[in-house]
Write a protein that binds this ligand. Structure first.
Ligand SMILES: NC(=O)c1ccc[n+]([C@@H]2O[C@H](COP(=O)([O-])OP(=O)(O)OC[C@H]3O[C@@H](n4cnc5c(N)ncnc54)[C@H](OP(=O)(O)O)[C@@H]3O)[C@@H](O)[C@H]2O)c1
Length: 306
């Protein structure tokens, strides 16, 4: 919940100016938090008339912000995925310009997909990336390009991001969820409030010379999809479909969905939460889904767990 997040977060130093490139679901959430803390924020979207857009940037059409608009930017967050050819749209179009800015911190949102399949084991930043999907190979290439940029960078490796407006509550509520069982398969996840909270925390740590270049940002509790859906159903007072085996479900899954089920890992947050001392607002899906339920104003059932 934004009020809780604002209460526990420390503003950026006076005079800071944050540029969020790609103000979609995550970028917009970070921008809203930092604005609420009283700092200056600029947010890009591909169309200037999109909600929350302060400037237009589109790497594909080479629609670039005016040089003057970026003057004085001290902190940068890129939330823009790789282009189809594996290049990074921000570095390709704005890389030289970024080097002229007084940047103190640069964050690049990446994915834990770069680790590939870990057969359900815990994975840390020390593990060698072994991307299997083509999109994860592109992602690793972008991470490497950012690391080679010489900017004061942190690469945030993220599992599935959820929050109000983007969670399993929607599919359970509309009866569109699928109860798929694959032995030992878990998924890690992160509530978008913790993405925003962790970013601010990391910026302050970096100012105190604690800036690990690679950092996983995930909650404490990787879980099966079935557990997650059961909790959502309990909150909503809805019933769920019968469980089906992964083998049966795979015959009618999209190739994107299939690719997620082909990888199994538990994403460790020890570096963020133990070494850098970030305290999660939503350590697990119980707390995170309850928050979505309340913020979205779903109607409580007789049996829900609030
Ligand atoms: N969502 C997840 O579960 C998840 C998990 C792991 C990693 N990630 C990664 O984290 C980042 C943020 O995720 P998200 O869920 O917040 O994504 P999102 O809602 O799709 O936002 C992506 C943003 O990038 C902008 N964008 C896309 N292509 C662009 C281009 N060629 N040039 C300029 N801007 C472009 C979009 O512009 P518009 O605003 O105009 O659409 C949007 O603002 C992404 O890189 C995503 O791949 C996401």
């Amino acid at each position: 919940m934004l009020t809780e997040l604002v209460k526990r977060s420390t503003p950026l130093p006076a005079g800071s100016k944050l540029l969020v490139l790609g103000g979609g679901f995550s970028g917009q959430h970070v921008a809203t938090l930092v604005k609420a803390l009283g700092n200056t924020v600029l947010c890009s979207r591909r169309k200037i008339n999109s909600p929350g857009a302060d400037l237009a940037f589109d790497g594909a059409t080479k629609l670039l912000p005016a040089q003057k608009a970026l003057e004085g930017v001290t902190h940068l967050l890129s939330c823009i995925p790789p282009a189809a050819d594996g290049t990074d749209p921000v570095l390709a179009c704005l890389g030289d310009q970024l080097k002229t800015l007084p940047l103190q911190w640069v964050g690049y949102l990446s994915t834990t997909g770069v680790y590939g399949d870990c057969q359900g084991h815990w994975v840390t930043e020390a593990d060698h990336p072994q991307p299997q999907q083509a999109r994860s190979k592109r992602r690793l290439k972008c991470e490497q390009a950012w690391q080679a940029s010489g900017l004061p960078l942190q690469v945030l490796r993220l599992p599935g991001i959820y929050g109000p407006g983007r969670s399993v509550l929607q599919s359970v509520n509309t009866g569109k969820s699928k109860m798929i069982y694959k032995p030992n398969q878990v998924f890690s996840r992160l509530h978008v409030d913790d993405l925003a909270g962790a970013i601010l925390h990391m910026i302050h740590c970096a100012a105190n010379r604690q800036r690990p270049v690679l950092i996983n940002v995930a909650d404490d509790k990787p879980t099966t999809k079935i557990e997650l859906l059961r909790f959502a159903a309990k909150l909503l007072g809805k019933s769920l479909p019968e469980i089906e085996s992964f083998e049966a479900a795979a015959t009618h899954m999209s190739s994107m969905a299939l690719s997620f089920w082909q990888e199994n890992r538990r994403v460790s947050n020890q570096l963020l939460c133990k070494e850098l001392g970030y305290s999660l607002i939503h350590p697990d899906y119980h707390s995170g889904l309850r928050d979505c339920f309340l913020v979205e104003g779903f109607k409580a059932s007789q049996t829900n767990h609030l």
